[in-house]
Write a protein that binds this ligand. Structure first.
Ligand code: UT7
Length: 332
C-alpha cells in the first residue's frame, strides 16, 4: 500500500472589519507611523469589536468558508484542532465551541497552545492523525483575538498585534503531496521574555493583578527579536537540508508575520528572493496563530500543485518550527 501523506486540500481565512491604523495608534500612545513601519513593516491591523465576541467568532466564519470551498458537510469533519493563545474561555476548548457552532456533530476537537508557532504545531499534530490512516477529514484552525490581551497604553506591544485567523482542511494523499517534514522546537527558558503574568493557575485574577495590568501580553521585544531571527532562520535551513532542498527548489516561504525584519533575515538565510515570500504583515500585523493560514489564504490563487513550500514560525514559550509542504492542488 502506498504511503499516506496529509495534504492541505483547502484554505480559508477571516479578518474582522475594523481597521486600526498607525495613525489611530498615534492618538493612543506616543508613537508614529514612520517608526512603526520602519521597525516592523506594519501599517494597520484588524480588531474584533463587539461585546461577547471571542476567537471563535474569527474561527467560525473561516471554517464555514473552508467547508464551502472544499464541498465538505459539517458532519463529515472528524477532528478539529484549534491553535490559539486567546481562547474564548479558559475552558472549554475553543475547538468545541467552533464544532458546535458549525454543526460538526461527529467531530472531536481540542485546542493547542504554542503561541505564534501554534498553527505549525497543530498542523504537524493533525498530519499524524491522517498519516496513521485513522481519519480522513481534519480541520486545523489558527486564530487569535490578540486585542483581548494587549495593553493599549504600552507602545512596545500594541503596535504589533492584530486579530484574525484561518483554517486548512487536511485529507489523505497517496501521490506524495502534502506535509513532508516538520522541525519543531521549544525552550521554556525563553518564557521570561514573552508571557502573560496573571490569569493562570500560578497567579489567578485578583483586583491587584488587574490594577497592575498583569492580564496583558508582556514582551521584552529586543530579546525576543534576537532569538526569533536566529530561531526561524535555523529551523528553515534545517528543514531544507534534511530534505535536500536548494533555494531554487523553494516556490514559497510562508513566514510568521511578527516583524518584517525577522522575515527578511529568514529569507536571506534560505537564499530565497522576496518575490517568493508571502507577506501581509503590512495590513494585519501579528495575528499570532493566524498569520500563516491567513497568508496561505491570500496567496492561494498563486499556488500550484507540486510547489515546495516552507512554513516557518517563532513565538512565545519560546516555540519555533518549520514545516515542508508539497502543495496538493492548482488554483481552482
Ligand atoms: O510573534 C511573537 C514573537 N514576537 C516577535 O517576534 C517580536 C520581536 N520584537 C520586535 O519585533 C521588536 O523588538 C519591536 C518591534 C517590539 C521593537 O523594535 P526594536 O527595534 O527592538 O525597538 P527597541 O525596543 O529596541 O526600542 C528602540 C527605541 C527605544 O527608544 P530609546 O530607548 O532608543 O530612546 C524605545 O523606547 O524605540 C522606542 N520605541 C518606540 N518609539 C516609537 C519602542 N516602541 C516604540 C513605538 N513608537 N511604538
Amino acid at each position: 500500500m502506498s504511503k499516506i501523506t496529509a495534504a492541505i486540500t483547502g484554505v480559508a481565512g477571516y479578518v474582522p472589519d475594523y481597521v486600526l491604523t498607525n495613525k489611530e495608534l498615534e492618538t493612543m500612545v506616543d508613537t508614529n507611523d514612520e517608526w512603526i513601519l520602519s521597525r516592523t513593516g506594519i501599517k494597520e491591523r484588524r480588531i474584533l469589536k463587539g461585546e461577547g465576541k471571542g476567537t471563535s467568532h474569527i474561527a467560525v466564519p473561516a471554517v464555514l468558508d473552508l467547508l464551502k470551498k472544499t464541498n465538505t458537510k459539517p458532519e463529515e469533519v472528524e477532528l478539529l484542532i484549534c491553535a490559539t493563545t486567546t481562547p474564548d474561555m479558559v475552558f472549554p476548548a475553543t475547538a468545541n465551541l467552533i464544532t458546535a457552532e458549525i454543526g460538526a456533530v461527529n467531530a472531536f476537537g481540542y485546542d493547542l497552545q504554542a503561541a505564534c508557532s501554534g498553527f505549525l504545531f497543530a498542523l504537524a499534530t493533525a498530519s499524524k492523525f491522517i498519516e496513521s490512516g485513522q481519519y480522513k477529514k481534519v480541520v486545523v484552525v489558527g486564530a487569535d483575538k490578540m486585542s483581548s490581551i494587549i495593553d493599549y497604553t504600552d507602545r512596545t506591544t500594541c503596535i504589533i498585534f492584530g486579530d484574525g485567523g484561518g483554517a486548512v482542511m487536511l485529507e489523505p494523499n497517496t501521490d506524495g503531496y502534502g506535509i513532508q517534514d516538520a522541525v519543531l522546537k521549544s525552550d521554556g527558558s525563553g518564557a521570561q521574555y514573552l508571557h502573560m503574568k496573571a490569569g493562570g493557575s500560578r497567579k489567578p485574577a485578583t483586583m491587584d493583578t488587574i490594577l497592575a495590568r498583569e492580564h496583558y501580553a508582556y514582551q521584552e521585544g529586543q530579546q525576543v527579536f534576537k532569538f526569533a531571527v536566529r530561531g526561524m532562520a535555523d529551523v528553515s535551513a534545517e528543514v531544507m537540508e534534511r530534505n535536500n532542498l536548494k533555494s531554487e527548489d523553494i516556490a514559497w516561504l510562508v513566514p510568521h508575520q511578527a516583524n518584517k525584519r525577522i522575515i527578511d533575515a529568514t529569507a536571506n538565510r534560505m537564499g530565497v528572493g522576496s518575490e517568493k515570500v508571502m507577506l501581509n504583515i503590512e495590513r494585519y500585523g501579528n495575528t499570532t496563530s493566524g498569520t500563516i493560514p491567513l497568508c496561505l489564504w491570500e496567496y492561494e490563487n498563486q499556488l500550484k500543485k507540486g510547489d515546495n513550500i516552507i512554513l516557518a514560525a517563532f513565538g512565545g514559550g519560546f516555540t519555533w518550527g518549520a514545516i515542508y509542504v508539497k502543495w496538493a492542488y492548482d488554483p481552482k
